[in-house]
Ligand binder design. Structure first.
Ligand SMILES: NC(=O)C1=CN([C@@H]2O[C@H](COP(=O)(O)OP(=O)(O)OC[C@H]3O[C@@H](n4cnc5c(N)ncnc54)[C@H](OP(=O)(O)O)[C@@H]3O)[C@@H](O)[C@H]2O)C=CC1
Ligand SMILES: O=CCCC(=O)O
Length: 357
Protein backbone atom coordinates (compact mmCIF):
# COMPACT_ATOMS: atom_id res chain seq x y z
CA UNK A 1 0.00 0.00 0.00
CA UNK A 2 2.68 2.46 1.01
CA UNK A 3 4.62 1.73 -2.17
CA UNK A 4 1.48 2.47 -4.17
CA UNK A 5 0.91 5.75 -2.35
CA UNK A 6 4.55 6.68 -2.85
CA UNK A 7 4.37 5.85 -6.53
CA UNK A 8 1.35 8.06 -6.95
CA UNK A 9 3.03 10.82 -4.90
CA UNK A 10 6.05 10.79 -7.16
CA UNK A 11 3.73 10.77 -10.13
CA UNK A 12 2.05 13.81 -8.63
CA UNK A 13 5.38 15.58 -8.41
CA UNK A 14 6.18 14.62 -11.95
CA UNK A 15 2.71 15.85 -12.99
CA UNK A 16 3.60 19.25 -11.57
CA UNK A 17 6.80 19.25 -13.60
CA UNK A 18 4.82 18.06 -16.60
CA UNK A 19 2.24 20.81 -16.16
CA UNK A 20 4.97 23.46 -16.11
CA UNK A 21 6.85 21.94 -19.05
CA UNK A 22 3.73 21.34 -21.11
CA UNK A 23 3.17 25.07 -21.51
CA UNK A 24 6.46 25.12 -23.38
CA UNK A 25 6.69 21.62 -24.85
CA UNK A 26 3.92 20.91 -27.35
CA UNK A 27 5.24 17.37 -27.87
CA UNK A 28 4.10 16.19 -24.41
CA UNK A 29 1.26 13.74 -25.04
CA UNK A 30 -2.26 14.95 -24.26
CA UNK A 31 -2.70 11.91 -22.05
CA UNK A 32 -0.39 13.53 -19.49
CA UNK A 33 -1.14 17.14 -20.31
CA UNK A 34 -4.87 16.97 -19.71
CA UNK A 35 -4.79 15.81 -16.08
CA UNK A 36 -5.47 18.63 -13.66
CA UNK A 37 -3.56 18.49 -10.38
CA UNK A 38 -3.83 19.88 -6.90
CA UNK A 39 -0.77 22.03 -6.30
CA UNK A 40 -1.58 23.23 -2.79
CA UNK A 41 -3.69 20.63 -1.14
CA UNK A 42 -3.63 18.40 1.92
CA UNK A 43 -5.63 15.85 -0.04
CA UNK A 44 -4.13 12.58 -1.33
CA UNK A 45 -1.76 13.36 -4.21
CA UNK A 46 -3.74 11.68 -6.98
CA UNK A 47 -4.32 13.25 -10.35
CA UNK A 48 -8.05 13.98 -10.35
CA UNK A 49 -9.64 15.24 -13.53
CA UNK A 50 -12.56 17.65 -13.55
CA UNK A 51 -15.11 15.30 -14.95
CA UNK A 52 -18.84 14.77 -15.05
CA UNK A 53 -20.13 13.40 -11.71
CA UNK A 54 -16.58 12.99 -10.44
CA UNK A 55 -16.58 15.34 -7.51
CA UNK A 56 -16.44 12.63 -4.85
CA UNK A 57 -13.39 10.62 -5.84
CA UNK A 58 -10.06 10.02 -4.12
CA UNK A 59 -9.67 13.68 -3.36
CA UNK A 60 -11.94 13.14 -0.36
CA UNK A 61 -9.63 12.96 2.68
CA UNK A 62 -12.13 10.74 4.53
CA UNK A 63 -11.52 7.97 1.99
CA UNK A 64 -8.26 6.62 3.24
CA UNK A 65 -8.54 3.00 2.11
CA UNK A 66 -6.92 2.95 -1.29
CA UNK A 67 -6.95 -0.19 -3.43
CA UNK A 68 -3.37 -1.35 -3.81
CA UNK A 69 -3.71 -4.15 -6.36
CA UNK A 70 -5.77 -3.93 -9.51
CA UNK A 71 -6.87 -6.98 -11.49
CA UNK A 72 -7.77 -6.91 -15.18
CA UNK A 73 -9.60 -9.77 -16.92
CA UNK A 74 -10.01 -9.79 -20.71
CA UNK A 75 -7.08 -8.44 -22.68
CA UNK A 76 -8.72 -7.83 -26.06
CA UNK A 77 -8.89 -4.77 -28.33
CA UNK A 78 -10.16 -2.63 -25.44
CA UNK A 79 -8.82 -4.43 -22.38
CA UNK A 80 -5.23 -4.27 -23.59
CA UNK A 81 -4.89 -0.45 -23.87
CA UNK A 82 -7.02 0.09 -20.77
CA UNK A 83 -4.83 -2.17 -18.64
CA UNK A 84 -1.78 -0.56 -20.22
CA UNK A 85 -2.94 2.87 -19.07
CA UNK A 86 -3.26 1.56 -15.51
CA UNK A 87 0.26 0.09 -15.64
CA UNK A 88 1.67 3.29 -17.14
CA UNK A 89 -0.03 5.29 -14.37
CA UNK A 90 1.99 3.29 -11.84
CA UNK A 91 -0.75 0.93 -10.64
CA UNK A 92 0.10 -2.58 -9.47
CA UNK A 93 -1.83 -4.56 -12.12
CA UNK A 94 -2.44 -8.32 -12.38
CA UNK A 95 -3.87 -9.59 -15.67
CA UNK A 96 -5.58 -12.69 -17.03
CA UNK A 97 -6.82 -13.54 -20.51
CA UNK A 98 -8.27 -16.77 -21.94
CA UNK A 99 -5.57 -16.60 -24.62
CA UNK A 100 -2.55 -16.07 -22.42
CA UNK A 101 -0.24 -14.72 -25.14
CA UNK A 102 -2.26 -11.47 -25.30
CA UNK A 103 -1.01 -10.73 -21.76
CA UNK A 104 2.65 -10.83 -22.81
CA UNK A 105 3.02 -7.15 -23.82
CA UNK A 106 1.50 -6.10 -20.49
CA UNK A 107 3.76 -8.46 -18.56
CA UNK A 108 6.71 -6.85 -20.38
CA UNK A 109 5.47 -3.47 -19.13
CA UNK A 110 5.46 -4.73 -15.53
CA UNK A 111 2.03 -6.33 -15.04
CA UNK A 112 1.74 -9.56 -13.07
CA UNK A 113 -0.07 -12.61 -14.43
CA UNK A 114 -2.35 -15.17 -12.75
CA UNK A 115 -3.74 -18.23 -14.45
CA UNK A 116 -7.45 -17.84 -13.60
CA UNK A 117 -9.99 -15.07 -12.86
CA UNK A 118 -10.35 -16.59 -9.38
CA UNK A 119 -6.64 -16.12 -8.64
CA UNK A 120 -6.66 -12.57 -9.96
CA UNK A 121 -9.68 -11.64 -7.82
CA UNK A 122 -8.17 -13.34 -4.76
CA UNK A 123 -4.93 -11.38 -5.08
CA UNK A 124 -6.42 -7.98 -5.94
CA UNK A 125 -8.49 -5.35 -4.13
CA UNK A 126 -10.41 -4.35 -7.24
CA UNK A 127 -10.82 -6.42 -10.41
CA UNK A 128 -11.92 -5.00 -13.77
CA UNK A 129 -13.38 -7.22 -16.50
CA UNK A 130 -13.66 -6.40 -20.22
CA UNK A 131 -15.21 -9.37 -22.02
CA UNK A 132 -16.96 -9.99 -25.32
CA UNK A 133 -20.58 -10.58 -24.48
CA UNK A 134 -23.07 -11.70 -21.81
CA UNK A 135 -21.98 -15.35 -21.99
CA UNK A 136 -18.27 -14.67 -21.51
CA UNK A 137 -18.91 -12.01 -18.86
CA UNK A 138 -21.01 -14.48 -16.81
CA UNK A 139 -18.55 -17.31 -17.36
CA UNK A 140 -15.51 -15.29 -16.25
CA UNK A 141 -17.33 -13.80 -13.25
CA UNK A 142 -19.44 -16.74 -12.05
CA UNK A 143 -18.12 -19.91 -13.73
CA UNK A 144 -15.65 -22.50 -12.44
CA UNK A 145 -12.53 -20.66 -11.20
CA UNK A 146 -14.40 -17.46 -12.00
CA UNK A 147 -13.75 -14.16 -10.29
CA UNK A 148 -16.56 -14.61 -7.74
CA UNK A 149 -14.71 -17.60 -6.27
CA UNK A 150 -11.84 -15.27 -5.37
CA UNK A 151 -13.95 -12.37 -4.08
CA UNK A 152 -14.70 -11.54 -0.45
CA UNK A 153 -15.77 -8.64 1.72
CA UNK A 154 -13.78 -5.46 1.08
CA UNK A 155 -13.03 -6.31 -2.55
CA UNK A 156 -14.66 -4.83 -5.64
CA UNK A 157 -15.58 -6.12 -9.12
CA UNK A 158 -16.04 -3.65 -11.98
CA UNK A 159 -17.52 -5.10 -15.17
CA UNK A 160 -16.76 -2.91 -18.19
CA UNK A 161 -18.09 -5.38 -20.79
CA UNK A 162 -21.12 -4.33 -22.83
CA UNK A 163 -23.91 -6.61 -21.66
CA UNK A 164 -27.64 -6.34 -21.02
CA UNK A 165 -29.02 -5.25 -17.65
CA UNK A 166 -30.24 -8.74 -16.69
CA UNK A 167 -26.76 -10.19 -17.19
CA UNK A 168 -25.25 -7.38 -15.17
CA UNK A 169 -27.72 -8.01 -12.33
CA UNK A 170 -26.89 -11.72 -12.37
CA UNK A 171 -23.16 -11.00 -12.11
CA UNK A 172 -23.83 -8.44 -9.39
CA UNK A 173 -25.78 -11.03 -7.35
CA UNK A 174 -22.92 -13.55 -7.56
CA UNK A 175 -20.30 -10.98 -6.60
CA UNK A 176 -22.31 -9.44 -3.78
CA UNK A 177 -23.11 -12.87 -2.34
CA UNK A 178 -19.39 -13.06 -1.45
CA UNK A 179 -19.59 -9.79 0.50
CA UNK A 180 -17.75 -7.85 -2.23
CA UNK A 181 -19.03 -4.73 -4.06
CA UNK A 182 -20.10 -4.51 -7.69
CA UNK A 183 -20.07 -1.75 -10.30
CA UNK A 184 -21.07 -2.02 -13.95
CA UNK A 185 -19.07 0.42 -16.05
CA UNK A 186 -19.45 -0.10 -19.81
CA UNK A 187 -17.64 2.43 -21.95
CA UNK A 188 -18.42 4.65 -24.89
CA UNK A 189 -15.39 5.17 -27.10
CA UNK A 190 -13.37 2.73 -29.15
CA UNK A 191 -9.79 1.50 -29.60
CA UNK A 192 -8.16 4.94 -30.05
CA UNK A 193 -9.95 6.60 -27.11
CA UNK A 194 -8.97 3.54 -25.04
CA UNK A 195 -5.32 4.06 -26.04
CA UNK A 196 -5.55 7.79 -25.30
CA UNK A 197 -7.34 7.39 -21.94
CA UNK A 198 -10.38 9.18 -23.39
CA UNK A 199 -13.19 6.72 -22.70
CA UNK A 200 -16.59 7.65 -21.25
CA UNK A 201 -17.66 5.41 -18.36
CA UNK A 202 -21.38 4.69 -17.85
CA UNK A 203 -21.47 3.29 -14.34
CA UNK A 204 -24.10 1.95 -11.97
CA UNK A 205 -24.13 -0.14 -8.81
CA UNK A 206 -22.35 0.34 -5.49
CA UNK A 207 -21.68 4.06 -5.10
CA UNK A 208 -18.89 3.42 -2.58
CA UNK A 209 -17.07 1.32 -5.17
CA UNK A 210 -17.65 4.03 -7.77
CA UNK A 211 -15.97 6.50 -5.41
CA UNK A 212 -13.12 4.12 -4.68
CA UNK A 213 -12.30 3.34 -8.30
CA UNK A 214 -12.89 6.87 -9.61
CA UNK A 215 -9.18 7.71 -9.97
CA UNK A 216 -8.58 4.46 -11.85
CA UNK A 217 -11.46 5.20 -14.22
CA UNK A 218 -9.82 8.59 -14.74
CA UNK A 219 -6.57 6.94 -15.83
CA UNK A 220 -8.57 5.19 -18.57
CA UNK A 221 -11.22 7.74 -19.44
CA UNK A 222 -12.13 11.39 -19.88
CA UNK A 223 -15.49 11.35 -18.12
CA UNK A 224 -17.70 9.16 -15.99
CA UNK A 225 -21.39 9.05 -15.21
CA UNK A 226 -22.91 7.40 -12.16
CA UNK A 227 -26.41 6.31 -13.12
CA UNK A 228 -27.78 4.60 -10.00
CA UNK A 229 -28.99 1.01 -9.87
CA UNK A 230 -27.31 -1.87 -11.66
CA UNK A 231 -28.77 -2.13 -15.14
CA UNK A 232 -28.86 1.61 -15.82
CA UNK A 233 -25.25 1.72 -17.07
CA UNK A 234 -25.91 -1.26 -19.34
CA UNK A 235 -29.12 0.32 -20.66
CA UNK A 236 -27.41 3.67 -21.35
CA UNK A 237 -24.62 1.90 -23.23
CA UNK A 238 -27.07 -0.13 -25.32
CA UNK A 239 -29.11 2.95 -26.27
CA UNK A 240 -25.93 4.78 -27.34
CA UNK A 241 -24.72 1.83 -29.41
CA UNK A 242 -28.15 1.28 -30.94
CA UNK A 243 -28.07 4.86 -32.21
CA UNK A 244 -24.49 4.40 -33.44
CA UNK A 245 -25.33 1.16 -35.27
CA UNK A 246 -28.29 2.79 -37.03
CA UNK A 247 -26.18 5.84 -37.94
CA UNK A 248 -23.52 3.61 -39.49
CA UNK A 249 -26.12 1.67 -41.49
CA UNK A 250 -27.67 4.89 -42.76
CA UNK A 251 -24.25 6.36 -43.58
CA UNK A 252 -23.45 3.20 -45.57
CA UNK A 253 -26.62 3.62 -47.63
CA UNK A 254 -25.71 7.26 -48.28
CA UNK A 255 -22.18 6.44 -49.44
CA UNK A 256 -23.43 3.80 -51.89
CA UNK A 257 -26.33 5.95 -53.11
CA UNK A 258 -24.02 8.90 -53.77
CA UNK A 259 -21.74 6.65 -55.82
CA UNK A 260 -24.62 5.16 -57.85
CA UNK A 261 -25.94 8.69 -58.46
CA UNK A 262 -22.60 9.63 -60.01
CA UNK A 263 -21.28 11.64 -57.07
CA UNK A 264 -17.90 11.37 -55.39
CA UNK A 265 -18.51 9.77 -51.96
CA UNK A 266 -15.40 11.52 -50.59
CA UNK A 267 -17.14 14.83 -51.30
CA UNK A 268 -20.22 13.53 -49.47
CA UNK A 269 -18.03 12.83 -46.40
CA UNK A 270 -16.64 16.36 -46.62
CA UNK A 271 -20.12 17.90 -47.00
CA UNK A 272 -21.41 15.96 -43.99
CA UNK A 273 -18.42 17.01 -41.90
CA UNK A 274 -19.33 20.67 -42.34
CA UNK A 275 -23.01 20.45 -41.47
CA UNK A 276 -25.37 19.76 -38.60
CA UNK A 277 -25.19 15.96 -38.99
CA UNK A 278 -21.41 15.96 -38.69
CA UNK A 279 -20.05 13.22 -36.41
CA UNK A 280 -16.43 12.19 -35.86
CA UNK A 281 -17.41 8.63 -36.79
CA UNK A 282 -18.24 9.62 -40.39
CA UNK A 283 -14.97 11.46 -40.97
CA UNK A 284 -12.93 8.68 -39.31
CA UNK A 285 -14.55 5.70 -41.01
CA UNK A 286 -15.77 7.20 -44.31
CA UNK A 287 -12.45 7.34 -46.22
CA UNK A 288 -11.60 3.68 -45.57
CA UNK A 289 -15.18 2.54 -46.22
CA UNK A 290 -14.94 4.15 -49.67
CA UNK A 291 -11.87 1.95 -50.28
CA UNK A 292 -13.71 -1.12 -48.92
CA UNK A 293 -11.23 -1.33 -46.03
CA UNK A 294 -12.42 -2.06 -42.50
CA UNK A 295 -9.48 -2.11 -40.05
CA UNK A 296 -10.99 -3.38 -36.83
CA UNK A 297 -11.55 -0.97 -33.97
CA UNK A 298 -15.02 -2.17 -32.97
CA UNK A 299 -15.71 -5.69 -34.28
CA UNK A 300 -18.92 -6.03 -36.29
CA UNK A 301 -19.97 -9.07 -34.22
CA UNK A 302 -20.00 -6.88 -31.10
CA UNK A 303 -22.06 -4.17 -32.81
CA UNK A 304 -24.61 -6.79 -33.87
CA UNK A 305 -24.65 -8.14 -30.30
CA UNK A 306 -25.38 -4.62 -29.04
CA UNK A 307 -28.18 -4.11 -31.60
CA UNK A 308 -29.70 -7.44 -30.50
CA UNK A 309 -29.46 -6.54 -26.81
CA UNK A 310 -30.84 -3.03 -27.44
CA UNK A 311 -33.80 -4.50 -29.32
CA UNK A 312 -34.39 -6.82 -26.34
CA UNK A 313 -34.34 -3.81 -24.04
CA UNK A 314 -36.80 -1.98 -26.31
CA UNK A 315 -39.13 -4.96 -26.31
CA UNK A 316 -38.95 -5.25 -22.52
CA UNK A 317 -40.27 -1.69 -22.15
CA UNK A 318 -42.62 -1.85 -25.14
CA UNK A 319 -40.79 0.81 -27.17
CA UNK A 320 -40.96 0.64 -30.95
CA UNK A 321 -37.51 0.77 -32.66
CA UNK A 322 -38.09 -0.05 -36.35
CA UNK A 323 -34.96 1.72 -37.62
CA UNK A 324 -32.68 -0.18 -35.26
CA UNK A 325 -34.47 -3.43 -36.16
CA UNK A 326 -33.79 -2.82 -39.87
CA UNK A 327 -30.16 -1.93 -39.18
CA UNK A 328 -29.76 -5.10 -37.10
CA UNK A 329 -30.77 -7.17 -40.14
CA UNK A 330 -27.89 -5.63 -42.10
CA UNK A 331 -25.39 -6.53 -39.37
CA UNK A 332 -26.76 -10.07 -39.38
CA UNK A 333 -26.27 -10.31 -43.16
CA UNK A 334 -22.72 -8.98 -42.81
CA UNK A 335 -21.99 -11.51 -40.07
CA UNK A 336 -23.31 -14.38 -42.12
CA UNK A 337 -20.85 -13.42 -44.85
CA UNK A 338 -17.82 -13.77 -42.61
CA UNK A 339 -17.39 -10.13 -41.62
CA UNK A 340 -17.75 -10.66 -37.85
CA UNK A 341 -14.18 -9.73 -36.98
CA UNK A 342 -13.95 -6.78 -39.37
CA UNK A 343 -14.76 -3.31 -38.11
CA UNK A 344 -18.51 -2.64 -37.81
CA UNK A 345 -18.23 -0.20 -40.73
CA UNK A 346 -18.05 -3.36 -42.91
CA UNK A 347 -21.85 -3.38 -42.59
CA UNK A 348 -21.74 -1.42 -45.86
CA UNK A 349 -20.86 -4.71 -47.58
CA UNK A 350 -24.35 -5.99 -46.70
CA UNK A 351 -25.78 -3.30 -48.99
CA UNK A 352 -23.62 -4.17 -51.96
CA UNK A 353 -25.43 -6.35 -54.48
CA UNK A 354 -22.98 -9.25 -54.18
CA UNK A 355 -23.84 -9.99 -50.52
CA UNK A 356 -27.57 -9.79 -51.02
CA UNK A 357 -27.77 -12.57 -53.60
N1 LIG B 1 -13.82 -2.46 -29.55
C1 LIG B 1 -14.55 -1.40 -29.21
O1 LIG B 1 -14.50 -0.35 -29.89
C2 LIG B 1 -15.43 -1.41 -28.02
C3 LIG B 1 -15.87 -2.56 -27.43
N2 LIG B 1 -16.72 -2.51 -26.35
C4 LIG B 1 -17.20 -3.71 -25.70
O2 LIG B 1 -16.11 -4.18 -24.91
C5 LIG B 1 -16.11 -5.59 -24.85
C6 LIG B 1 -14.77 -6.10 -25.36
O3 LIG B 1 -14.61 -5.63 -26.66
P1 LIG B 1 -13.23 -5.80 -27.48
O4 LIG B 1 -12.09 -5.63 -26.60
O5 LIG B 1 -13.40 -4.96 -28.68
O6 LIG B 1 -13.38 -7.31 -27.90
P2 LIG B 1 -12.30 -8.43 -28.24
O7 LIG B 1 -13.06 -9.40 -29.06
O8 LIG B 1 -11.06 -7.85 -28.77
O9 LIG B 1 -11.96 -9.03 -26.80
C7 LIG B 1 -12.88 -9.85 -26.14
C8 LIG B 1 -12.25 -10.39 -24.88
O10 LIG B 1 -13.16 -11.34 -24.29
C9 LIG B 1 -12.47 -12.57 -24.12
N3 LIG B 1 -13.40 -13.68 -24.22
C10 LIG B 1 -14.29 -13.92 -25.21
N4 LIG B 1 -15.00 -15.04 -24.95
C11 LIG B 1 -14.53 -15.53 -23.79
C12 LIG B 1 -14.87 -16.64 -23.00
N5 LIG B 1 -15.84 -17.50 -23.36
N6 LIG B 1 -14.19 -16.86 -21.85
C13 LIG B 1 -13.21 -15.99 -21.49
N7 LIG B 1 -12.84 -14.91 -22.18
C14 LIG B 1 -13.51 -14.67 -23.33
C15 LIG B 1 -11.43 -12.60 -25.20
O11 LIG B 1 -10.44 -13.54 -24.88
P3 LIG B 1 -9.49 -14.17 -26.06
O12 LIG B 1 -8.43 -13.17 -26.30
O13 LIG B 1 -9.02 -15.44 -25.49
O14 LIG B 1 -10.40 -14.38 -27.25
C16 LIG B 1 -10.95 -11.15 -25.15
O15 LIG B 1 -10.11 -10.94 -24.05
C17 LIG B 1 -17.32 -6.03 -25.67
O16 LIG B 1 -18.40 -6.21 -24.79
C18 LIG B 1 -17.57 -4.86 -26.60
O17 LIG B 1 -18.92 -4.80 -27.01
C19 LIG B 1 -17.09 -1.31 -25.78
C20 LIG B 1 -16.65 -0.15 -26.31
C21 LIG B 1 -15.84 -0.09 -27.49
O1 LIG C 1 -19.07 -0.20 -28.08
C1 LIG C 1 -18.37 0.39 -28.87
C2 LIG C 1 -18.44 1.83 -29.01
C3 LIG C 1 -17.53 2.37 -30.05
C4 LIG C 1 -17.53 3.88 -29.97
O2 LIG C 1 -18.14 4.46 -29.06
O3 LIG C 1 -16.86 4.48 -30.83
Amino acid sequence: MSIFIKTCYYQHLSSIAMAVCSSFCPQIPNHFRRRPIFLFSSRPPFPVSFKAFSSQGYNDPSKDKLPANIGFLGIGIMGSPMAQNLVKAGCDVTVWNRTKSKCDPLISLGAKYKSSPEEVAASCDVTFAMLSDPESAVDVACGKHGAASGMSSGKGYVDISTVDGETSKLISQHIKATGASFLEAPVSGSKKPAEDGQLIFLTAGDKSLYDTVGPFLDFMGKSRFYLGDVGNGAAMKLVVNMIMGSMMASFSEGLLLSQKAGLDPSVLVEVISQGAISAPMYSMKGPSMIKSLYPTAFPLKHQQKDMRLALGLAESVNQSTPIAAAANELYKVAKSHGLSDQDFSAVIEALKGKLQQ
